[in-house]
Design a binder for this molecule. Structure first.
Ligand code: SF4
Length: 375
């Protein structure tokens, strides 16, 4: 992460980790923190699964996980992989044969715990399939499904038990000379997950997949994830993440990006800065922001837009944004471009106008970012 000498209080020192590849997406080793989600369709329904993957990719998902509980699912996986715009992780629990089938079907990564699939011969077969087909592996420790002997040893799920489980799985892969793995130690309890991840970050240089598991519905799960993942990311821990919500996977991706955007770790799309509004507002701020969020969803270029109800905070916020609108009086407001006052615009035409300005500015930023733009 590049350091910000002007605003040092914004710096996050990311933990150094090895880099692995999930398909064409680098994970760890300073790569951008990737955002993942998981489909909740029936995997054997290829059309529905691909449609859901596409929707998740449209809002920025870098990687999508698909559950492959049976042979029908691993059979469908081949076509899903072929049609998916992003690398696919196959989620496998105990059946080592599903892992081999998923690797053969083109999964970019297998989510499997080597300690759960049986004897060393089976592990060797899975590892060989992963090597043959260029798959990485995610070890996924979950506080809710810790090994019996660890629960007996520690009495209950706890960070020490999760770490021990994770390190046991790591050792198995290393014993089979397999190093293309990342690891997660998820819990639904924010304190337990955060403590386990901190210990894990000290104990290994493997890339870390962050998640608060079974976080809850859209609102409660978002808050829980923002607190748990936000703290870890702020400490520099985490190379890829999934926000788990009992909600549409699209929402998981959006929340993941918002967490990263809040910490300045990833930038995608329009970052809207808006005031909560009050009696001073010169237009309906809440409704306008709601409409703009939807109308600007297609913009991928990182940029900022301030929508502020009145001059109390409008000009100040506009100073730091690419495009700004500040409510004024008599049914119109002021448009700001790159912090400078530009022109007046009537409230009833401002949404269309702002969308146009943002689209135009996004296109300019893209051209400026093209390496040969200056030639
Ligand atoms: S910027 Fe103006 S309208 Fe918005 S909350 Fe502040 S005082 Fe109210």
């Amino acid at each position: 992460m590049s350091h910000n000498p002007v605003r040092p209080w914004r710096n996050i020192d990311r933990r150094e980790s090895r880099q692995i590849m999930v398909g064409n997406v680098p994970v760890g080793g300073g790569a951008p923190i990737s955002v993942q989600t998981m489909t909740n369709t029936d995997t054997s329904d290829v059309a529905a699964t691909v449609a859901q993957i596409q929707r998740a990719a449209d809002v920025g998902a870098d990687i999508v996980r698909v559950s492959t509980p049976d042979q029908a699912a691993t059979k469908a996986l081949k076509e899903i992989v072929r049609e998916s715009p992003v690398p696919i992780v196959a989620d496998i629990h105990f059946h080592y044969k599903r892992a081999i089938e998923a690797a053969e079907a083109g999964a970019a990564c297998l989510r499997i715990n080597p300690g759960n699939i049986g004897d060393s011969k089976r592990v060797a077969e899975v590892v060989q399939a992963a090597k043959d087909h260029g798959c990485s592996i995610r070890i996924g420790v979950n506080a809710g499904s810790l090994e019996k002997h660890l629960l007996e040893k520690y009495g209950e799920p706890c960070p020490d038990a999760m770490l021990e489980s994770g390190l046991d799985h790591i050792r198995i892969l290393q014993d089979h000379d397999f190093h293309e793995f990342k690891i997660s130690v998820k819990a639904s309890d924010v304190f337990m997950a955060a403590a386990a991840y901190q210990q894990l970050a000290e104990a290994t240089d493997a890339p870390i997949h962050l998640g608060i598991t079974e976080a809850g519905g859209l609102m409660s799960g978002t808050i829980k994830s923002a607190i748990g993942l936000g703290n870890l990311l702020w400490m520099g821990i985490g190379d890829t993440l999934r926000v788990s919500l009992s909600a549409d996977p699209v929402e998981e991706v959006k929340v993941g990006f918002e967490i990263l955007k809040s910490l300045g770790l990833r930038h995608r799309g329009v970052n809207i800065i808006s005031c909560p509004s009050c009696a001073r507002q010169g237009f309906d701020v809440i409704k306008t922001v709601e409409v703009l969020e939807e109308r600007l969803e297609h913009i991928k270029t990182p940029m900022s837009l301030s929508i502020i109800g009145c001059v109390v905070n409008g000009p100040g916020e506009a100073l730091l944004t690419d495009v700004g609108f500040t409510g004024g009086g008599a049914g119109s407001g002021m448009v700001y471009m790159a912090g400078a006052q530009s022109h007046k615009m009537s409230n009833d035409q401002m949404v269309d106008h702002i969308v146009e300005l943002v689209e135009k500015r996004a296109a300019e930023i893209e051209v400026e970012a093209t390496p040969d733009a200056a030639e």
